[in-house]
Write a protein that binds this ligand. Structure first.
Ligand SMILES: *Cc1c(COP(=O)(O)O)cnc(C)c1O
Length: 222
């Protein structure tokens, strides 16, 4: 039994404001480790690889809500369309259209977040503000009946400069607020990870994605 996972999780949950949803990021972690978190009431888990998530989804308790937090390849959407609870990383119209198509096949409406590029690194995925604005204005989203846009997601620059991180989170919240004028159903601002979630919450996050502070460092060599 891994007591640390339970203790870490309970301590983090205790400190989170009530309106903030905790996504326990379980990528690379075993089913036994996920069950440790499950036994203390955690039901929302985040994964970044569809294949890994689907394997876990098949064997773990069916009341777990699985969030896809990683970059999504269009040809893999079909593998999670029957069960995924929220897709955080929607970064193109083409991807959204594919999610809509696969959701329809499964007779579902799949909740999605627009991933927005807020970091300075060029490697991170996401819409920029202008692209997003243009897409929303075009009215093309009205044609997609099997996706529900619930909000935005972003990742700050990987840096020790917390002023920079704060500035980026503030930008994402401002984009969310602006988008809200056109899409009043939006609710979710998904920002903040182990290293920066307290700042994200100060800047208006209501969904944090926390992995290593719950489960410990990830080991990618296995
Ligand atoms: C891995 C990951 C996290 C969690 O990162 P930690 O630093 O372990 O908390 C959050 N969001 C995304 C998109 C991730 O890929």
């Amino acid at each position: 039994m891994n007591i640390a996972i339970k203790e870490n999780l309970l301590a983090i949950r205790e400190a989170l404001p009530e309106n903030v949803t905790l996504v326990a990021v379980s990528k690379t972690k075993s089913e036994a480790e996920i069950l440790e978190a499950y036994t203390v009431g955690q039901r929302v888990f985040g994964e970044n690889k569809i294949q890994e998530m689907s394997k876990k989804q098949e064997t773990l308790p069916q009341d777990i809500e699985w969030h896809m937090i990683g970059h999504v390849q269009r040809n893999k959407v079909k593998y999670m369309a029957s069960y995924v609870a929220l897709i955080h990383g929607v970064d193109s119209l083409k991807l959204l259209q594919e999610i809509d198509k696969q959701a329809k096949k499964n007779d579902r409406i799949i909740p999605c977040l627009f991933q927005i590029h807020i970091a300075q690194e060029s490697s991170k995925f996401g819409f920029n503000e202008e692209e997003l604005e243009e897409m929303v204005q075009s009215g093309i989203l009205d044609e997609l009946n099997n996706v529900e846009i619930k909000g935005v997601m972003g990742m700050a620059t990987f840096t020790d400069n917390m002023d920079q991180v704060r500035k980026e989170f503030r930008l994402l919240k401002a984009i969310f607020d602006k988008l809200l004028l056109q899409l009043p159903q939006l609710q979710v601002v998904s920002m903040g990870m182990s290293g920066d979630y307290p700042i994200a919450i100060e800047e208006g996050s209501n969904m944090v994605r926390i992995g290593s502070s719950i489960f410990g460092e990830r080991n990618y060599s296995q």
